[in-house]
Design a protein around this ligand. Structure first.
Ligand SMILES: Nc1ncnc2c1ncn2[C@@H]1O[C@H](COP(=O)(O)OP(=O)(O)OP(=O)(O)O)[C@@H](O)[C@H]1O
Length: 504
């Protein structure tokens, strides 16, 4: 008996069949319109709020904060009633008699507050190395944000965005409080009206099923898309995985082009360079001469200021005093983006763009910043990849390459901009030991071909055999500098002797 009662309450097939067409043509349609519009407008509001929220300017941060606190803190129904009924007069003037557009607006305002927080978290979760790589590739801050950081941040929060759409689908059921026209009813309202007429809950159960039909596949779809975006098209790494094979990979790539093309490197000179982080004086009057076409290795204990010196040469950090010249031109007077197009940089942690293939990593700055045509950029990218022994791997995402291969892509990316000088910041420190040699061989090859290079390294073998000149730094100063043989066989200072005693 009670089973029969339950069946009549929830599973009245006739009532469901009767309401089905209107559920589809009116309820589903309106629910999707409400959710879609409020999600799109919410995304726009959210992006603005996120950019304001991470701004350095307090007058931008605060309004974003207040907005978010209000619309995230209020129950959705309160916002909907306040907007829908409070602004009914203005709404009528702008949109006509229907409260439907005001309902969309209210849902959008609520969604915007959540979206803003989602985007902000996504953008802030992008490693700082990504922006650094953008700047080193001569992008401005806003170009780096637009081309790499924001898209990457958004991809990271894609599942959260779809969750927000699902929330909007559900919150759209509250719009009926504003008194919608019959043709504007959404799924819940259609179900509820029918439930009143039939006197049972079957139409409402049907409404519930409709909500699930929208939301459940979406959840699975987004998980799939997220997985796909994260890993790219699965490409097997192919054979080279051991260090020996990677060295081989590079050696067999010694093409005619690599044999014959020589770089026309530029020269650097630094005098009295000083730099402080707050009260901490990190560079204390550095003098440095890097003649064109030479390799200078900077060695020294941890914390001696080697990376900071390198980063001040392409102005990723700004020095406080001193003179730096590139081919006789004052570096501190140049536009940073112009300087960085001439002085490339390769980082310890590669800083490749993970959502782009190896080829796209190289093409991006060429097409978007240098203005090279796509076909030409593609040709350059493939040639540079071939040079570093990675022909045939242009379609691989960084995650499908070994650390050594990733670092070689990063070197190819820097070379593609045709720099006059390349700065290498401990580029083998993050590599598995067996992958180091492949990268060092490549760097030695660049040096032989006349690239001007400044290399911060802990690889003493490389420094000794490849460098033209070694600079030993300690406590923010150049303690000794000279040809490798001189420093390695007859160090003059106690500090260098002690350093060699520890690292050799
Ligand atoms: N952004 C920063 N803000 C404050 N201090 C910093 C910053 N970057 C570096 N430092 C400090 O400056 C000093 C020199 O750092 P730097 O990275 O240049 O040394 P390093 O010789 O390259 O060391 P390592 O070999 O460990 O990388 C260190 O004491 C470091 O903690």
């Amino acid at each position: 008996m009670w089973l029969e009662n339950l069946r009549r309450t929830f599973l009245d097939w006739d009532a469901m069949a009767e309401i089905l067409p209107i559920m589809l043509t009116v309820g589903l349609k309106n629910t999707l319109i409400l959710a879609a519009f409020s999600t799109v407008i919410g995304i726009m509001i959210g992006v603005i709020l996120a950019v304001m929220g991470i701004s350095r300017a307090a007058w931008l941060r605060w309004p974003a904060r207040v907005y978010t606190d209000i619309f995230r803190g209020l129950p959705a129904i309160v916002t909907i009633l306040l907007i829908g009924q409070g602004f009914a007069g203005i709404g009528r003037e702008i949109f006509g008699p229907s409260p439907y557009p005001l309902g969309i607006l209210a849902l959008s305002l609520i969604a915007g507050a959540y979206m803003g927080e989602i985007f902000r978290a996504g953008i802030q979760s992008v490693p700082s190395g990504q922006m650094e790589a953008c700047r080193a590739l001569s992008m401005s801050y806003s170009e780096g944000m637009r081309l790499i950081v924001v898209p990457q941040g958004i991809r990271r929060v894609l599942p959260a965005m779809v969750n927000q759409f699902i929330s909007n689908v559900k919150d759209s059921s509250l719009i009926y409080f504003l008194g919608l026209l019959v043709s504007e009813r959404e799924i819940f309202r259609v179900g509820q009206d029918a439930a009143v007429v039939t006197g049972n809950l079957s139409p409402l159960l049907l409404a519930g099923i409709f909500y699930l039909v929208i939301t459940v596949p979406l959840t699975h779809l987004v998980n799939y898309i997220d997985h796909r975006l994260r890993t790219g098209k699965r490409i097997s790494r192919g054979q080279p995985s051991s260090g020996l094979e990677e060295v081989e990979e590079l050696n067999t790539a010694v093409s005619q082009e690599r044999e014959t093309t020589r770089f026309s490197g530029g020269s650097l000179s630094v005098e009295g360079l000083r730099l402080s982080y707050g009260a901490l004086e990190v560079l204390r009057g550095i003098d440095l001469e890097v003649p064109k076409g030479t390799v200078t290795c900077v060695i020294g204990p941890s914390g001696s200021g080697k990376s900071t010196l390198l980063r001040s040469l392409n102005r990723l950090v700004e020095s406080n005093a001193g003179v730096m010249k590139l081919d006789g031109e004052d570096i501190r007077q140049m536009k940073p983006e112009k300087l960085r197009a001439r002085v490339g940089m390769v980082f310890q942690h590669f800083n490749l763009f993970p959502d782009h293939t190896a080829r796209e990593n190289i093409m991006l700055a060429l097409t978007k910043i240098k203005g090279t045509g796509r076909d030409e950029a593609r040709r350059i990218a493939d040639a540079r990849l071939a040079e570093v022994g990675l022909q045939g791997r242009g379609d691989h995402r960084p995650s499908n390459l070994s650390g050594g291969q990733q670092q070689r892509v990063a070197i190819a990316r820097a070379l593609a901009m045709e720099p006059e000088v390349v700065l290498f910041d401990e580029v083998t420190s993050a590599l598995d030991p067996e992958l180091v040699k492949g990268v060092l061989n490549l760097m030695a090859d660049l040096g032989r071909r006349g690239m001007t290079m400044v290399v911060v390294t802990h690889e003493m073998g490389f420094a000794r055999h490849v460098a033209d000149r070694i600079v030993f730094m300690d406590e923010g100063q150049v303690v000794e500098a000279g040809p490798p043989e001189q420093l390695f066989t007859a160090p003059r200072t106690e500090r260098l002797k002690k350093f060699f005693a520890e690292v050799l």
